[in-house]
Design a protein around this ligand. Sequence first.
Ligand SMILES: Cc1ncc(C[n+]2csc(CCOP(=O)(O)OP(=O)(O)O)c2C)c(N)n1
Ligand SMILES: [Mg+2]
Length: 803
Amino acid sequence: MKINPNTKTEITFEDFKTEVISDYKLAVTSRECSLLGRREVLTGKAKFGIFGDGKEVPQIAWAKAFNNGDFRSGYYRDQTFMMAIGQLTIEQFFAGLYANTDLKEEPMSAGRQMGGHFATHSLDENGNWKNLTEQKNSSADISPTAGQMPRLLGLAQASKIYRNVEGIDTTNFSKEGNEIAWGTIGNASTSEGLFFETINAAGVLQVPMVISVWDDEYGISVHAKHQTTKENISEILKGFQRDDNSNGYEIFRVNGWNYAELIDTYQRAAKVARKEHVPVMIHVQELTQPQGHSTSGSHERYKNEERLAWEAEYDCNAQMRQWMIDNNIATDEELVAIEKDIKKAVRDGKKAAWSSFINPIKEEKQEALSLIESVANTSANSVFISKLKNDLEAIDEPLRKDILSTARKTLRYVVSENSNEKLALQNWINSYIEKIQPKYSSHLYSESKHKAEFQKEILPTYNGDTTEVDGRVILRDNFEAIFNKYPEALVFGEDAGHIGDVNQGLEGLQEKFGELRVSDAGIREATILGQGIGMAMRGLRPIAEIQYLDYILYALQIMSDDLATVQYRTKGRQKAPLIVRTRGHRLEGIWHSGSQMGGILNLIRGIHVLVPRNMTKAAGFYNTLLESDEPALIVECLNGYRLKEKMPSNIGEFKTPIGVVETIKQGEDITLVSYGSTLRLVEQAAKELQEVGIDAEIIDVQSLLPFDLDHDIVKSVAKTNRVMVIDEDVKGGASAYILDQILNEQNAFQYLDSQPKTLAAKPHRPAYGTDGDYFSKPSVEDIFEAVYDVMHEANPSDFPKLR
Ligand SMILES: Cc1ncc(C[n+]2csc(CCOP(=O)(O)OP(=O)(O)O)c2C)c(N)n1
Ligand SMILES: [Mg+2]
């Protein structure tokens, strides 16, 4: 037996025994939850189950090294850890399995995530920070394998910032940067690029990150020989081991069934990471999966007899049990008694969780039934309605879908009848949807008072002398004001530090604010994003710079799966108000055209998407966002950094509102809607159209998500009766999104005298060079002719055919 002398010398054997027994109880409780959880799925009470069986003991050892203020970023096997830190009860475990939508019963996600996806609450019910240093924290899990890694990097980096940057109010977030970010990942998921990218970045940054690899040799059915070179992740990462001459990692290997060694290993890992801010990897080997991967299949299909027998013997709970007996910590009889009690406790907890899940729905069913019955009693279609009612009545344990679909179908039988009973049912359906829908749809965006939409516009002001400067100077001076005003703000990205970004929007700021706040990052977009998410989750205000819009595709998965869903998947109990800064639009060449907006827009609902047409507008967006609690993507116009703009006198103060469009030219004949760099072409085309007697109104969308909250575009269409959306993205991309908003959300169709049009780029990627651009994206002539055609169709005598 090997127990860390530092932590155990003070306690008696009796204390030690008590602690071990309590640990064993937890391991057995967690296992019983897994066993019963699987049965709940197989008997149809829950839809899907993925459990932590076979990984209990290492998680108990880990929890002992996990302090208040620390953060976890892990995956679906960590239920035992969550129980060990006091953040998951038996009832809550089952509430997650049943998808209970009550956050009090199911604090992980209010039923939005599958069971096995864990989270703690960083925010109170009003969206304000809790004191994270007084609680044990888990960032909310996501399902894509290795998707937890980029965020882990940022959670760890936050400690480094809090330890080394002066002037930040750390009260709620850090005690001298002593917090560790603990990651977990399955052995097979280390095959993902995100894993390697994160490992390298954490080694470079030297942050307090401890990553545990739970190694059970499989990734569902696929054995390590197909996953990992040499079938051994710590073996191939040996080159990351630090030594006297260079920074790197501490790498530990330990068997997952060895309780005593696990405790020792986790204590040692914590010490190195917490004190020295050195990243650590713990390769936990020889783990098992007693029930196979998930409830979707059985592992007998892919594990042979020999492997199954080995797994039974080396099951970590079984090994711990035997070790306790061998070391006189408990007798077999005592353990049998403990196990029996736990079985009952888990069964009772499960029953309680089921009752609190089903009882409110049963009440809702009764409400609906009595209303439907009343309708049946007064309707000519009583027979059909009674049949619907009886079918619903027969469902003992109904879903909300059963209730609502029955109620809605009932209305079809009384569509031409009039009665108070029908009215009562209609009202009930409306109010039921109003009450229930938010359980599934709320908090895609912030619902707190810090919501970005609530930020009022503050116009830029100008002194008498209106000096014109390059646009990038306005941005730069605004960033300087931001870093002065918000000590917790920081920016990082490729070339963002030393040279102050490729367009000098951060020129000179590293010298002023230091390398930790204005930093160069490696070429690794996904983890740049993750750094931002993790730091934002710990109270910092990161600005993650992605050098060009085209390369955001590398980070798009993390933006879509992680950043965009933070508030939604925690029902507003976590936030990551990260600002993603990038530049694009109207450049040239297949991978430098910067216009893939449609893909972005559709994939990152939950993040604001802002497309300022100049740098003053852009600076105003940064100022707005820093006062709010939501993430956003700001796409600066690549060709705008050297264009002249007037220097505002209230730099750092003016704010561009989000969700507000701007009419940049008044007109009577047609409304032209566009954004970003394309606007300059639209303005030129409008001038030329004016010369032939066509008076176009131009609207700058500015904010694609959220979109025109005041519905100003339809007001313009009501005046011009024609609309065209011009965009450099492909057809069906952002232009289709904009037109859908105008037609379906703003009901502009009723004012139209001409077919609504979109003018977009060719479906291929834009070719290089000026001619490549001209023949790939809408040109001034394309815009002119498209608008002219609309006018020709409306009035061929005034506007004869052009060609
Ligand atoms: C990006 C992605 N690809 C595939 C999956 C489907 N999937 C879920 S778990 C899993 C295997 C993971 O194995 P491992 O990392 O070893 O963890 P274990 O389940 O063995 O603990 C796969 C392929 C996924 N969730 N995400
Ligand atoms: Mg595995």
